[in-house]
Design a protein around this ligand. Structure first.
Ligand code: AMP
Length: 210
């Protein structure tokens, strides 16, 4: 079971992916998470991509495709995987088709105003990466992760200016993928505004675990 979770930033891809990965026992591969870990660990890749990511622009196709190819060559992906945040451009999708033609694309549909509100109120754990929302999913103690006690912070790219830029980037570079995959008959639309728990139930009905 190979899935691509496609949708604008803040559409709920990551939240559903975490739950599906747990239930289906397949890895959740978020290119954004991989880049953020590289930045945190100050690896050569992290140093190279930090400014691009903070601004909300996209890392080059070349770097991103190499990273994904490498990750997908690992044995834990053999039974399936969820790609969250990849592909994000037509060249990335074309490359991915050559290495993995058999995939189902889940297209998260959501209105711009919901995305803006969600992203500007999102907080992330510095230590384990768990996501919170100060309005809809607050931690038990303000600023502290329920899971690991780590400090919560606001991603630089979740600040107003970057959010608007990321939405433009999505529209220009990623939205064309909807047509790309629709033409191939590989897409399933879902409502990103629905609560994650309900989306998970819908997902399980659509794709019963093997
Ligand atoms: P995300 O956590 O998916 O919102 O990704 C955070 C940032 O990482 C994006 O705004 C991009 O700068 C970078 N990024 C993640 N995935 C990709 C991708 N497939 N192609 C290019 N850049 C990416």
């Amino acid at each position: 079971m190979n899935f691509i979770f496609l949708g604008p930033p803040g559409a709920g891809k990551g939240s559903l992916a975490v739950k599906v990965a747990e239930d289906y026992k397949i890895p959740h591969i978020s290119t954004g998470d991989i880049f953020r870990a590289a930045i945190k660990n100050q690896t050569p890749l992290g140093v190279k991509v930090k400014a691009i990511i903070d601004s909300g622009s996209l890392v080059s196709d070349e770097i991103t495709c190499e990273l994904v190819k490498d990750r997908l060559s690992q044995p834990d992906t053999k039974k399936g995987f969820i790609l969250d945040g990849f592909p994000r451009t037509i060249p990335q999708a074309e490359m991915f088709t050559t290495i993995c033609p058999d995939v189902t694309v889940i297209n998260f549909q959501i209105a711009d105003d919901v995305v803006i509100k969600r992203l500007s109120t999102r907080r992330v754990c510095k230590k384990c990466g768990a996501n919170y929302n100060i309005l809809t999913l607050p931690p038990k103690t303000e600023g502290v992760c329920d899971e690991c006690g780590g400090e919560l912070y606001q991603r630089d790219d979740d600040k107003q200016e970057s959010i608007l830029h990321r939405m433009d980037v999505y529209r220009e570079q990623t939205e064309p993928l909807i047509d790309f995959y629709r033409k191939k008959g590989q897409i399933k639309d879902i409502d990103g505004a629905t609560q994650t728990a309900q989306l998970l139930e819908e997902f399980k009905k659509l794709f019963p675990a093997e």
